[in-house]
Design a protein around this ligand. Structure first.
Ligand SMILES: *Cc1c(COP(=O)(O)O)cnc(C)c1O
Length: 425
């Protein structure tokens, strides 16, 4: 067929995806400035792995993770090491692979078995951690969250740690609720474990979203390389890094924290450049877009953007909290994300899933889902506020949620049950 015909067919079909700006479910950027769009269209042929063909992009990539190392208080940013990835999932895998290899090398030196590595994390981890454990043969040890311990906070940690523990994952911005895990408390619990047992357990911080919020909104909060037990940190450039989908970052506190045996060399300007990645070829354009965003906003610009996102999240949370059928699971005090629950009422004819469907009719995507193991009886609904959801648009959303709740409250019979839903974090 003619290229225009093929275009029209694909274009028309993709219209069914819905309006990205009304998607309050995703963490991923759906808006960038015109000049970023221009830069993107000039760079969509670049392959990030071809350091020799695209040495300028390679240099920009190095600049970017050095800036992140500095932002996250690496003791000596010049001696840190990092890389870009396709997203936080790949970045998490690289961080965890480094933990695994480091542990293997340590155990081999001690003449001990490396057959049964385990990794400790909250039951509310993002699905990439389940994938890592499945794909790379590591036993996941989930610490269940509860109403008393809404996040992994170091409580009971000694029951999970043993000599086969490759590390602990701390999440800065749990996907279910947006809450930070107190990395400092987790580190303190591990300090005590080291004192009692001699086991020195490192932390990887999954800061997919919080890595680009905390340095601007909670600069006093110590969660990063200021804590010596934190070996590596990942973030998603395409979340609060404000870049279109396809970009993640991982940084190690120093070159000594990334085992040499994982590094491959690719040719670069007649020389060699170290690389560590799961993919070979992948787009290089997002790397340039990240650099654009760093230059465009600077520290103060990021702070302003993230603060206005926080303001919108707080406004939405306050208004939803005022509606008497809802209670908030959390206020958006950490990242601009919050979740709420429906209060029990014997005569209620609807659930949060029904509300989610009704909002979808208005174009809004607002997921409802059960909390993880031990709390699966609790259903929550969540909003992720991102750059591009203005106060004005938020008010239109509030009009819609109020009118849809009014409709659901007026029902005379229960909504039919739908068991086909699924939602993966
Ligand atoms: C989004 C997210 C991930 C996965 O990141 P991608 O960039 O989508 O691959 C991992 N962990 C957390 C905490 C997240 O929020």
């Amino acid at each position: 067929m003619l290229p225009e015909t093929a275009y029209q067919i694909v274009h028309d079909e993709s219209m069914l995806d819905g309006n990205a700006r009304l998607n309050l479910a995703t963490f991923v950027s759906t808006w960038m400035d015109e000049s970023a769009n221009k830069l993107y269209s000039e760079a969509f042929d670049k392959n990030a792995i071809d350091k020799d063909e695209y040495p300028a992009t390679a240099r920009v990539e190095t600049n970017c993770w050095h800036m992140l190392a500095d932002l996250w208080h690496a003791p000596d940013p010049d001696n840190a090491i990092g890389c870009s990835t396709t997203g936080s999932s790949e970045a998490c895998m690289l961080g965890a692979l480094a933990l695994k290899r480091r542990w293997q090398e340590k155990m081999k030196k001690l003449g001990k078995s490396t057959a049964h590595p385990n990794l400790i994390m909250s039951s509310a981890v993002q699905v990439c951690w389940e994938k890592f454990c499945n794909y790379f043969d590591v036993e996941p040890r989930y610490v269940p969250i509860s109403l008393e311990h809404k996040v992994l906070d170091g409580y009971d940690l000694e029951k999970y740690v043993d000599e086969n523990t490759i590390g602990v994952i701390a999440i800065m911005g749990v996907t279910y609720t947006g809450m930070y895990e107190p990395v400092k408390d987790i580190a303190k619990a591990l300090d005590k474990i080291e004192k009692d047992t001699g086991l020195d357990i490192p932390i990887h911080v999954d800061a997919a979203s919080g890595g680009m919020i905390a340095p601007f909104i909670q600069p006093e909060l110590e969660w990063d390389f200021r804590i010596s037990r934190v070996y590596s940190i990942n973030t998603s450039g395409h979340k609060y890094g404000l870049v279109y989908p396809g970009l993640g970052w991982v940084v190690w506190r120093s070159t000594a924290h990334l085992p040499e045996s994982l590094i491959f060399k690719v040719s670069y300007l007649g020389g060699e450049m170290p690389t560590f990645a799961l993919n070979f070829s992948r787009p290089g354009a997002q790397i340039l877009l990240q650099y654009w965003a760093f230059l465009r906003y600077g520290y103060n610009g990021y702070k302003t953007v993230q603060q206005s996102t926080m303001d919108v999240a707080n406004h939405l949370a306050d208004e939803i909290n005022k509606m008497d059928m809802f209670t908030l699971w959390n206020h958006p005090t950490d990242i601009p994300v919050f979740a709420w629950m429906l209060k029990e009422s014997p005569n209620r004819k609807w659930t949060l899933y029904d509300l989610s469907d009704r909002l979808r009719m208005k174009g809004w995507q607002v997921p409802a889902y059960p909390m993880p193991i031990n709390l699966t009886d609790i259903t929550v609904q969540r909003i992720v506020v991102r750059n591009g959801l203005s106060m004005d648009l938020a008010d239109r959303f509030l009009d819609d949620i109020k009118s849809q709740v009014k409709y659901l409250e007026s029902l005379e019979h229960k909504m039919p049950k739908n068991n086909t839903r699924s939602f993966r974090h």
